[in-house]
Design a binder for this molecule. Structure first.
Ligand SMILES: NC(=O)c1ccc[n+]([C@@H]2O[C@H](COP(=O)([O-])OP(=O)(O)OC[C@H]3O[C@@H](n4cnc5c(N)ncnc54)[C@H](O)[C@@H]3O)[C@@H](O)[C@H]2O)c1
Length: 346
C-alpha cells in the first residue's frame, strides 16, 4: 500500500523530495541513509496532491512546478509527467517576503481539506516558507478535518499550540515537527561538535554558527522578524547538547542570490581544558539545502505513516526528536537517533 502524501509548498525542498522519489523508485541505494524504515522503502511514498500560492507554480503539473521559478534546486533527474497538478493554497496574510509583488492563488482551508480528501492523502507535509505561523495552523486544521497526519517542516511552532496538539490527539492523528533538521546541515553539525567537546571534557564557553545561502528561503530569513524567530529555534536546539549554560548563537546572517540552493555555515567554538588552557575551533560546512532534507524527510514520512496506521501515536515524540529542531521533548542528538533507530530502522 503506498503512503499517500500531499505537499503544502512546492519549493526547493519539495523539488528535491519529488526528484528523490524518482531517483529511488527502483533498487538504487546510493546516498540513501535508511533503505527500510518501518517496513517501507522510499518507493512506497507517493505524492497525491500539492498546494502552493505562487501563481508561477499553481496550475502546473508537479513535474514541471518543481523546476519553476523561483526554485533553484539542482535538477538531479528528469521526472515523468505526474497526475498531480499544483492547486492554490491557504494564505492568512502571512505572505513570505519573496512573494511580494507576485500574484497569489488562494484557496480556503475547507477547499484544501476537500482536496486532501479527494486525493486520498494520508499525510500532509508542510513545506511552506518560514514565518507563516497562521497559515501553518490552517493547513494543520485542514489536514485534521480530512483525517490526515501533519508533518511540519517549517519553524512555525505548531507543536507549541496546545489546542492543536490536543485536537490531533483526540482525532488519533499524528502531529509531527517542528522545523525539519537536515541530515548534515548547520544545526546537527553544530550539535555534533559541541557533543564531542563535552564528551572529551572541554568546558565549552561560547560558540556561533553563521549561515549564508541563496534561494527564496534564505531571502525570507533575512527579514528581521523571521530571522530572529528561526535563530531562536536553532539556538535552543544547539544549546540542548551542552549540560550547562554557555553562550551560543546559530542562524542565517545573509543572502547571496548566486549561491542558489547552497549554503555555507561558519562555526566557531571556544572552551577550556587542563589548567584552563584554551581550545578554539574555526570550521565551515558547505551543503545543498534541499538535498540535505531528503533522507530525513523520507524517514519521518515513513515512520509517521507507520505510527498512524498501527495506532502507536505514543512514539510520535521519538520521530520529532530525531527529525526536527524544535520537538516537544528535546533530546541530545545521539539519544534521539538511537531511539528512532530502535523503533523504526530495519
Ligand atoms: N534543508 C531544508 O530544505 C530545510 C530544512 C529545515 C527546514 N526547512 C523548512 O522547509 C520550508 C521550505 O523550505 P524550502 O527551502 O523548500 O523553501 P522555498 O522558499 O524554496 O519554498 C517554499 C514554498 O512554499 C510556498 N509557499 C509560501 N507560502 C505558502 C502558503 N501559504 N501556502 C502554500 N505554499 C506556500 C512558496 O511559494 C514556495 O514554493 C521552510 O519553512 C524551511 O524553513 C527546510
Amino acid at each position: 500500500m503506498p503512503i499517500k502524501v500531499a505537499l503544502a509548498g512546492v519549493g526547493n525542498s519539495a523539488s528535491v523530495l519529488v526528484q528523490g522519489l524518482r531517483f529511488y523508485s527502483g533498487d538504487e541505494k546510493k546516498g540513501l541513509w535508511h533503505p527500510n524504515v518501518a517496513g517501507f522503502k522510499p518507493r512506497d511514498i507517493q505524492i497525491v496532491a500539492a498546494f502552493d500560492i505562487d501563481s508561477r507554480k499553481v496550475g502546473l503539473e508537479l513535474s514541471k512546478a518543481v523546476f519553476a521559478p523561483p526554485n533553484v534546486a539542482k535538477k538531479y533527474v528528469s521526472i515523468p509527467r505526474s497526475k498531480v497538478t499544483v492547486r492554490g493554497g491557504i494564505s492568512r496574510g502571512d505572505v513570505a517576503p519573496h512573494l511580494s509583488g507576485v500574484r497569489l492563488e488562494r484557496m480556503s482551508s475547507d477547499d484544501v481539506s476537500e482536496g486532501l480528501e479527494d486525493s486520498g492523502a494520508d499525510i500532509l507535509v508542510n513545506m511552506i516558507s518560514s514565518g507563516c505561523t497562521s497559515s501553518t495552523e490552517d493547513y494543520a486544521r485542514a489536514a485534521l478535518r480530512a483525517g490526515c497526519g501533519f508533518i511540519n517542516c517549517t519553524p512555525a511552532l505548531a507543536l507549541k499550540n496546545n489546542k492543536l496538539v490536543a485536537d490531533f490527539q483526540k482525532a488519533k492523528l499524528p502531529l509531527v515537527g517542528d522545523d525539519l533538521m537536515s541530515q548534515f546541515g548547520g544545526t546537527i553539525f553544530h550539535k555534533g561538535l559541541l557533543g564531542l567537546m563535552v564528551k572529551r571534557g572541554i568546558k565549552v564557553s561560547k560558540s556561533y554558527q553563521l549561515d549564508v545561502g541563496g534561494g527564496s528561503e534564505t531571502m525570507n530569513t533575512i527579514d528581521e522578524g523571521i530571522k530572529m524567530a528561526k535563530r531562536g529555534v536553532k539556538t535552543s536546539s544547539v544549546a540542548e547538547e551542552v549540560p550547562y549554560k554557555f553562550e551560543t548563537i546559530a542562524g542565517t546572517t545573509d543572502y547571496v542570490d548566486y549561491m542558489g540552493n547552497d549554503r555555507t555555515s561558519y562555526f566557531w567554538f571556544t572552551g577550556s581544558t587542563f589548567m584552563e588552557s584554551g581550545v578554539t575551533v574555526d570550521v565551515y560546512l558547505r551543503s545543498s539545502d534541499g538535498a540535505n532534507a531528503g533522507n530525513v524527510l523520507f524517514d519521518v514520512i515513513r515512520a509517521t505513516y507507520r505510527c498512524m496506521k498501527v495506532g502507536k501515536l505514543g512514539t510520535v515524540g521519538e520521530i520529532c526528536a530525531y527529525g526536527f529542531k524544535s520537538p516537544p521533548r528535546p533530546m541530545r542528538h545521539e539519544e534521539a537517533f538511537t531511539k528512532f533507530a530502535a523503533l523504526y530502522v530495519r
